[in-house]
Design a protein around this ligand. Structure first.
Ligand SMILES: [Zn+2]
Ligand SMILES: [Zn+2]
Length: 251
């Protein structure tokens, strides 16, 4: 199963990274609609797009109006946006307010409540669980695949503090895609802002016994190739890598 990291930055796009968006092209499944959502057009392999949002903060929804282009070109024939009712309401009321974006983008709004699950294909199950410690809350997602190649799993966790609430939810996944907004030098800001810092994320990967971890949602105000200090994280959890826009992962 292939997953492509289309946007790996938090808060705002910089010269290296657009904001949050992940795509599983074969399934027509995406997570978050940040500024990188425009990149879906060239990659999607299905006529239908199922887009699951973690929450309504702008860096996770700002790309939704960009879906007008693949709809007009008929590359995408049906779009379903899945999120909590609060997130869907915020998108409809604010992002698609007529003075902000005057052209309606045809997508259906599908409410999800936590915890929940959906069969994406006969051999693919998606599950989700609320993350309470980010301002306004966020949602963690996990995919379990059981097919002829055996069992594999991945999880996507962003915009949360390390609060222990989702350790069991991600336990044992082969691939964990996890946010890390702050380096250890700024660890004091993590809990205050509802984000994570480097070493605590590495310790979580050890505790949850994940196979490998890819870091996303990094601080865009530090325009370095590695703004979080991945080398230090590898001292704790060696199978840590820093995600970047365009990275394609198999799990
Ligand atoms: Zn964010
Ligand atoms: Zn957020």
């Amino acid at each position: 199963m292939r997953i492509e990291l289309l946007g790996t930055g938090g808060y705002f796009a910089n010269d290296r990274r657009q904001t949050a968006c992940l795509l599983l092209p074969e399934l027509g499944l995406a997570f978050d609609g940040g500024s990188a959502l425009f990149r879906i057009s060239d990659r999607l392999q299905t006529p239908e797009l199922k887009l699951f949002l973690t929450h309504a903060h702008l860096d996770h929804i700002v790309g939704l109006p960009y879906l007008l282009m693949p709809v007009h070109s008929k590359q995408v024939q049906r779009i379903a946006v899945h999120a909590t009712q609060a997130t869907l309401d915020a998108v409809k009321t604010h992002l698609f307010a007529t003075p902000v974006f005057p052209v309606p983008v045809p997508f259906s709004c599908e409410e999800i409540t936590s915890p929940g699950s959906m069969n994406i294909a006969s051999d693919v199950t998606l599950r989700w669980q609320a993350l309470p410690s980010h301002p306004g809350g966020s949602m963690a997602y996990r995919i379990d695949v059981t097919d002829g190649d055996g069992q594999r799993s991945m999880a996507y966790v962003t915009d949360t503090s390390l609060d222990g609430s989702y350790t069991d939810f991600i336990r044992g996944v082969d691939l964990l895609i996890h946010e890390c907004y702050f380096s250890d030098e700024k660890a004091h800001l993590a809990a205050r802002t509802g984000h994570c810092s480097a070493s605590e994320v590495a310790r979580l990967a050890v505790e949850a016994e994940v196979g490998r971890m890819v870091i996303v949602h990094v601080d865009p105000t530090i325009p370095l190739e590695d703004p979080v200090g991945v080398e230090g994280m590898r001292q704790i959890f060696p199978q840590t890598t820093l995600g970047y826009d365009g990275l394609s992962l198999e799990f």
